[in-house]
Ligand binder design. Structure first.
Ligand code: ATP
Length: 212
């Protein structure tokens, strides 16, 4: 079975920036699927604007028409803070022999050492870093060492091994941010062309983000 990508985020709301980079990764790395996993209780963010159920619904609408894209609600079903390591441990139990690739942006990667039990992540899956232009991969410090020790340019390695590699991959950067979308909707403007129409309709029809 080909690898599964694991793409977590607050997705408050999901937009084409997320979808395009996940799609490019799935194609370029020849992954079978990408699982979008909205965090139930984001430990790093404190508050979300839409509820976990609303963010999940938007993710479901966003991925429903793309083969290989899946909405995964496991972090909503779990009690307590949504730690990535717990999500990977759960997936690993479900798929003992499958390659798993945790997809994160370079900005998120730079904050990795502050994640709960981050050093265990590579024992469950690979880390796939979406390189956004303007971000340089660290070559010193703990992340520099991590790349020196576990980094690979070879996509084959991500298929042959089930975990333990760091792969940095450039994706087209769409300068879209959830924060700006929320501000735009709160100001009564239309988020058209920033996200799939199904997501946009759901936001506009339910009045989500209007009260911010
Ligand atoms: P906010 O604007 O509220 O901070 P965000 O979109 O940056 O939202 P998340 O939804 O948590 O935040 O992002 C989930 C993942 O998607 C992260 O790994 C982040 O690096 C990545 N990401 C966010 N925006 C983009 C974008 N425009 N293009 C590619 N990847 C993105």
């Amino acid at each position: 079975m080909k690898p599964a990508g694991v793409f977590g985020g607050t997705f408050d709301p999901i937009h084409y920036g997320h979808l395009r980079s996940a799609f490019e990764m799935m194609q370029a790395l020849d992954f079978e699927e990408v699982r979008f996993i909205p965090c139930g209780d984001p430990p790093h963010r404190g508050v979300t604007f839409a509820s976990a159920e609303q963010r999940m619904r938007l993710v479901e609408l966003a991925v429903s028409r793309q083969r290989g894209f899946r909405a995964d609600d496991r972090e909503l079903r779990r009690e307590g803070p949504s730690w990535t390591i717990d999500t990977l441990l759960e997936l690993r139990e479900e798929f003992p022999d499958r390659s798993l690739g945790l997809i994160i942006g370079m900005d998120a990667f730079l904050g990795l050492p502050s994640w709960h039990r981050w050093e265990e992540i590579l024992s469950q899956g690979h880390i796939i870093v979406a390189h956004r232009p303007g971000w340089k991969a660290p070559d010193i410090g703990v992340l520099g060492e991590l790349i020196a020790e576990h980094g690979t340019h070879r996509i084959d390695d991500l298929h042959v091994e089930t975990h333990g590699r760091v792969h940095i991959h450039a994706v087209t950067q769409l300068e879209i941010a959830s924060t700006e979308i929320r501000e735009l909707v709160a100001a009564g403007r239309d988020p058209r062309f920033l996200m799939p129409d199904a997501v946009r309709h759901e936001i506009l029809n339910t009045g989500l983000y209007r009260g911010e």
